[in-house]
Every structure is written in structure tokens, then in C-alpha cells.
Design a protein around this ligand. Sequence first.
Ligand code: PLP
Length: 463
Amino acid sequence: MEQIKIHLDEKDMPRQWYNLAADLPTPMLPPLTPDGQPITPEMLEPVFPRNLIDQEVSRERWIDIPEEIVSILYRWRPTPLRRAVYLEKFLKTPARIYYKDESVSPSGSHKTNTAVAQAWYNKQFGIKKLTTETGAGQWGTALAFSCYVLGLECKVFMVRVSFDQKPMRKTIMNMWNANCVASPSTETEAGRAILARMPDTPGSLGIAISEAVEAAVSDKTGKTRYALGSVLNHVMLHQTIIGLEAKKQLEKVGIKKPDVIIGCAGGGSNFAGIAFPFTSDKINGAKIEIIPVESAAAPKMTQGKFAYDHGDVAGMTPLLPMHTLGHNFVPPPVHAGGLRYHGMAPLVSQAIVEGLMTPWAADQLQSFEAALTWARTEGFIIAPETSNAVACVIREAEKARQEGKEKVILFNLSGHGLLDLAGYEKYLTGNLDRSCLTADDIRRTVDKIKLDPRADQRKTGKW
Ligand SMILES: *Cc1c(COP(=O)(O)O)cnc(C)c1O
């Protein structure tokens, strides 16, 4: 019998995170203010603690993981690497498919990796309370857990429509003592202003971010900060533990390098987590195909522009150099809520510009079909976000069959789908659509992106 589960001992868990910013062949463009001035670390201090700002701008290749974070992560890390032999047989592919199972974390996704780290650094800095936004609820639950185990208060602004659709996510947050309110709320000026204009709005991530940032910066005691679950450099950093573990696990079964690496990408963090440690090998000459998979409902990497844009609808965040559909873009309501974001992490975006990564988009029906195939072969019910990655895995495994190649495919299983059954019910009863955008939709949204200040596409031309 083939070895299906590859485990690591606690003592083999990585003790450092990997920072791709140290190795990118073309340096990153800096974040800017709306009038085009570089953002200084001091400007970010009302929002984030200084120790995380230092990580955000760091060019150090390796950053030590503090011992207390390691001991919290031991609850579920190292996560298993599994081989999807049942799917391989079903597809009759010569490819070997391996996946990191990040669904085993307390809140059910990879997001807990950075939530624990962010809560810890805030606590070190003397912060007592964190605020954040959450869409589908994965990030809110991850931060609620992390704040609870570290003794911080946690306040979550949850997009109204998800708050009403997924009441159980709020229950989970409450079990870890977090305070979760529907956004827009009456607790912030931003929320009240929107409610006055649009009392029945379903809310949006952009609105919820504005509320969470306001709630953090308006606390007069100075002991509250804001936390973001993806996109930023320090979030990518914390997720690299996934790929670093995977490397050790593949070595255990004699695999020096995978041929193809795949992850779904909303803001880019779970994909970066598995891909960045191998991107370093690719920069140093290894031949690896690296594929971030987006939802065709928010196709920023395959159809957006590389430009300076805000991370939120209200324009409160700095301008980030990234692939974007424009910060006013509102994606169709696909069930993969975590992929409904207009922009892509600057680190992932720069690696795409450099040619190190080749994005692909899956539509909603392709991805649900892939999730069903997965449930019927491997058995697990995966998050709708993850199913976009699985659609790409199936495509690559079928390609390997046609080419007769024994490739090694590695992907990140970012979360379980046990709270997403309403979406699966709709799929099974034929009530889901593809949720692709028309060329007109794309042109209309992309045309609105401001191209000043200009984000130059810098690349060496090696890939
Ligand atoms: C949030 C989320 C994503 C997308 O976010 P990234 O930052 O791109 O990883 C993907 N899968 C799951 C399960 C999520 O919760």
C-alpha cells in the first residue's frame, strides 16, 4: 500500500517563517499615500502594533517564530500531508497528488496560523483588544480563538448578509468570548452614516473594514489595534509554515520537489503559505509550475490590472501595488466568500509580474463539481474556496494523464466545508450558476481603476 498520510513530529515543526521579499528578483514597489508619497512605518502605528509593522517592511529571509506561538500551534500543527490516492485512481492519472490539510485547525482553516501570530505580537506590544472584519466568518472565528487563548478582547464586524445566512459562525465566535456584530452597525460613524443612507444594505467587506479600523483608531486608551486576515506581507509570512512543513514531509517520501503547486487565492495567504517556500527554489533554478487559482467571479489576476489601489471600498487603506479589479468592484455572490475580494497580495502580484506564477480562474460550477468529486473519492467536504484549487488539481492531473507524465502535484486544502452546506444543497438541486463576469462587466470595472500613481511592471525577464 502507498503511504497516504505523512506526519511530522512536534519537534520537526519549522521554527522560522520564510520571507519571500528577501529573494524576489525584482524588489517590491512601496505602498503609497493617495497623493503618491511612500507610506512610512509611523503612519501605520495607529492601526497596527510596531512589531508587526516591522515584519511588514522586513527584508530578512528568515524570521524566528516565538516559542509561545509554537506552543499554541501545537494544538493542530504540524498538519498532515496526505496523498489523494482515491482521486488519483478515479482520474486514472499517473500524477501523484499531495495536499496539506489546513482544515484541521480549531476554526477549520489556515487563517488560524496568522491569527495566533497577530494576537501574540499585539499582546507583546501591550495591546488589550483587537478589531477586525469578517465576510463568511472564517477569519473572525480564527481571530476569536486566538484572542481567547492569549487573553485579548476581540471585536468582529461581520458583513450583514453573512451574519444572517451563517448564524453558527457567530455562535463559534461567542464560544471564544468574541463580540460579533452585523455590519453596518450603529457602533461606528462609518456604520451609522451608511445605515442612514441605506437602512437595508446587505453590507460589504469594504464597509466592515472601515468600521473595524475606526473602532481601533478611535479607542482613546490607545490599547486597541486592527487585524487583517490576508493580503499584507506579514500575513503571507505567517502562512509559510504550511509550505515549510510540506517540504519536510515530501522529503520523507523521497520527493525533492513537486512539479506543480496549486492554491486557491482570495487575498493570497493560503496560496502564499504553500507556494512561497518553493518559489524560493524556483528563483534558484528549480523547474516548478506555481498556480494561484481565483474565482471567475473576482478574476483580478487573470483579467484585472496591476495598479496602485486601495484595499477597501472606502479608500482608508494605503495604496498597494497589486492585481486589482478596482476597490469599488462588488463580485457576484458566489459561495466561495473568501475569494470575493477585488485585490491580490502585493507579494503574490509581484511574483506574477516577474513570471514566477501563472494564475488560473475557476467558475462556480467547475469548483462545486470538483468539490463533489473530492467528497466522493477522498471523502472530505471542503470549503467552497478550496474547491477552486481542487478544480485546478483535477485539470492538471488530467493533463498529466494525456501527456503520460508522472508529475507530483502539491496543493493546499485551505478549509473544511461543514458550515457551507447551504451552498452544497443549492448545487445538488441545480440552483447555482457559473457566476462568470461578461467581458463588458470586466471592462467597466477595470476602466475605473486609477492609473496614477503608476505601478511599473518590473521584471528580470528570466521566467
Ligand atoms: C479566507 C479563505 C480563503 C481565501 O483567503 P486567502 O487569504 O487567499 O487564503 C481560502 N480558503 C478558505 C477556507 C478561507 O477561509
